[in-house]
Structures are given as structure tokens and as C-alpha cells.
Design a protein around this ligand. Sequence first.
Ligand SMILES: Cc1cc2nc3c(=O)[nH]c(=O)nc-3n(C[C@H](O)[C@H](O)[C@H](O)COP(=O)(O)OP(=O)(O)OC[C@H]3O[C@@H](n4cnc5c(N)ncnc54)[C@H](O)[C@@H]3O)c2cc1C
Length: 416
Amino acid sequence: MTTTPGHIVVVGAGLGGLRTIERLRSSGYEGRITLIGAEAHPPYDRPPLSKQVLDGTWEPERAILRGRPGLAELGVAARLGTPAVGLRGTTVALDGGDSVTGDAVVLATGAAARRLPGQPDDVATLRTMDDAVALRHRFGAARSVIIVGAGFIGAEVAWAARRRGMEVTVLEALPVPCARALGPEVGALAARLFTEAGVDFRCGARIAHLKDGRTVELVDGTVLSADVVLVGIGAVPDLAWLDGAVPRAADGLACDERGRVVGVPGVWAVGDVAAWWDPDAGAHRRGEHWTSAVDQATRAACDILDAQPPPATPPYVWSDQFGLKVQVLGRTETADEALPLHGSGLGGGEAKGTVVGYFAGGALTGVVSFGAPALIMRYRAFVASGADRATVLAQAEEWQQGSSPAQPATMEAQPK
Ligand SMILES: Cc1cc2nc3c(=O)[nH]c(=O)nc-3n(C[C@H](O)[C@H](O)[C@H](O)COP(=O)(O)OP(=O)(O)OC[C@H]3O[C@@H](n4cnc5c(N)ncnc54)[C@H](O)[C@@H]3O)c2cc1C
């Protein structure tokens, strides 16, 4: 934008919406900000929901990023518990009949838990704080759980349930967990985390029917039942309320490289709802990760204010599974080769300490680690520069011999 907007409306009071506002203020923006949130809760963090909140080590309130006083300190007019129901230009229509017009609008409405066709209401999903509190409550009286989906949420819930001594069955349609992101060998290592924790892990399992909140029928005729059934198969943006006002990418709101929604002047989108243009992939891509929501919020705020954004960093995601931090730095889906850099997990040894490099055409595109948080960060600059295989393997060898990196890289602080 060439002139600073007098009033910025942020729709979605989650991580991306809050971080956008914080960045606007820390960059010196003094104009009006209105925050529209569908949930009554003030902005809260989702990663602890499937970790500390579910396992009971945190009360839910601890996941709140900024309460109402904190929002007031930021000079934000917050309308929480009031979903946006329409968008025309930069005017946002609200449930109840009001509307708010901004000079700029940021859409940060996240995504909703993906459901299976015909999914009964008493089958659990985990996306919101209310979902986490309800699941924790159900776990208090449950002895068994069936989890559909062995992605990050499925693994974290399985681990929380095992620690409570519950019988856990995990049904995964693909041959290994996170098959597209991890590939077959590293996916097999991820599968071992389930089985070594005592989970009844069934890959290639196809669901025919979720009968009710306790019974699952598989295509092969097997019928399984448990006290709780949870579906954890990813998330989808809810775009129905936009009613065609904003063009869609294949998945999410199509945005350019600065977060401007394509074809809608004055509107930006960040976080899980947004599919930003990725010049490397030559396509719009939607992420569902904490760090990408924060990065996009920063970049969109800078663009609105015509300020220089910080340099781009490689994508990063983490998950806490079975007592290990699993981390993914950079991109793995485009790789044609996955090579062990540290540890013996790929050869059948202990998962902890295993670090794997992903290469496309001999250039490093990503790194995955299991219980090796300090080690994986050393590869950040190599991922960013697409270092060649020989350089990466030689460096791994040197670090295996025990020498320290000149400058260990750090990531922006993430939730514990
Ligand atoms: C249980 C769980 C655990 C996770 N763990 C990890 C992890 O370990 N590591 C990691 O990298 N990522 C993790 N993630 C992903 C990460 O939390 C998300 O990528 C991040 O929250 C995205 O931020 P967002 O602002 O786009 O969406 P959200 O945080 O979902 O916020 C969107 C907000 O918009 C509101 N909203 C929706 N529709 C409307 C509307 N019409 N009007 C007004 N408001 C609306 C919603 O109520 C919500 O509060 C996890 C996610 C979940 C659900």
C-alpha cells in the first residue's frame, strides 16, 4: 500500500491474527485496529492443546496468548464470539447484523478439523480449546481410544492416551504415517514410535463407516470399538462464509508472495486459511504450521505498512511424539532421496538422535529429526542455501566426530 490505512480489520482471533496485530503495533502503526473472533476465547495457542492441555499438565487458560487486558494494551477493539459472515470489498459483515469497514482487511480464520463423510457428532476431533477440554474430560473416564489418522495430531493424542494407560488403536490409510512428507523409510521409523509405545498401529486401514462415537467399521469387514473415537486427518479452511467474494486456490485463499489476496484490493490472508504463492513450487501452497502463520503475519503486516519484511526463513514444523521432539526443517515432499545424517533409527536402531537429510537433484531441501533438537538447527543455513549432497554429508561426518558448529542457528521462540 502506498498510504497507511487508518483502520485495519483483522478477521480471526488466533495465532495469525494476533501476530499480525502485534507486528503492526511494533512497527509503529498507531491507527485503529478491530479484531473479529468467532470464538469467545481471546487468542490462544493450539500446539499445547494436543500436548500439555490434553495430558493435564496445563490448565487451558495457560494456552491463552493474550487476554482481554493484553488486547486493550495493544489498542485493539476486540469483538470476540462474533463470527464474520460475509465480505464485500473491505467491509466485513458480522453475525447479528453489524458490519465493520476497514481500509485494509486481514483474513486469519484458520481451518476446521477435516471430517469423514457421515461422521457422527460424538466422534471427537481436536482443533479448538473447547475440543481439547472435552477430549480431556472424556479421557478421564475412558480406557480405550481409536484414532483415525497417524499424522501429528494422531500421534500426539496417542501418546497422551498411552501415558494415561489407555489402550490405543491407530488406523492409518497410507502405508506409513505422514507418507507424503516423510517418505517410506522415515515414515517406517515414525510408525515404530507408535508400536514401541504399545499402540495397536494398523496402516493401510480403510474406514467403511463410523457407526457412532464408539464403533468403527473397516472396508475389510473388521469392526472395532473403544470408549472414544477421534478423527485426526488434517484441517480444511472454512471459506463458505466468504460466499465467492474471494477467489480460491485449489486449497485455501489464493494470495501473492506478500499475502495480498489475489483480485481483492485491500485484503490480505495469513495462516492456515491462506495459500500464498510459492515461486519455487510455481503454485499456491497452504501450510498448517505455527511458524508459517507467524512468518506470514509478519510479512503481511510489513506489506500493509509498506515496510521491509525480514528475510524469508525455511519452513519449520515440530511435534512432540512419544517422548521425542520430531522436527521438519525445509521441504521434504519434493525430495528424490533421503539419507541418514546422524543416528541409527533408519537402520532399525534407536529413533532418538536420528537426523535425515532430504535431497532433490543432489541439493538439500529439508531435514527431519527425531529427538535431536540442537542438531537439526545446525542444518538451517544448508537448507536455506540448498547445499549439495557432498557438502552436507561431509559436514554431518564432521559433527559426528564431535566438533561444534561455528554459529549454531536458533529459531524464533515457539511454544513449549
Ligand atoms: C491441536 C493442534 C496442535 C498443533 N500443534 C502444532 C505443532 O506442534 N507444531 C506446529 O507447527 N503447528 C501445530 N499446529 C498448527 C498451528 O497451531 C496452526 O498452524 C496455527 O494455529 C494457525 O494459525 P491461524 O491463525 O491460521 O489459525 P487459528 O490459530 O486456527 O486461528 C483462527 C481463528 O479464526 C477464528 N475464525 C474462524 N472463522 C471465523 C470467522 N468466520 N469469523 C471470525 N473468526 C473466525 C477461529 O475461531 C480461530 O480462533 C497445531 C494445531 C492444532 C489444532
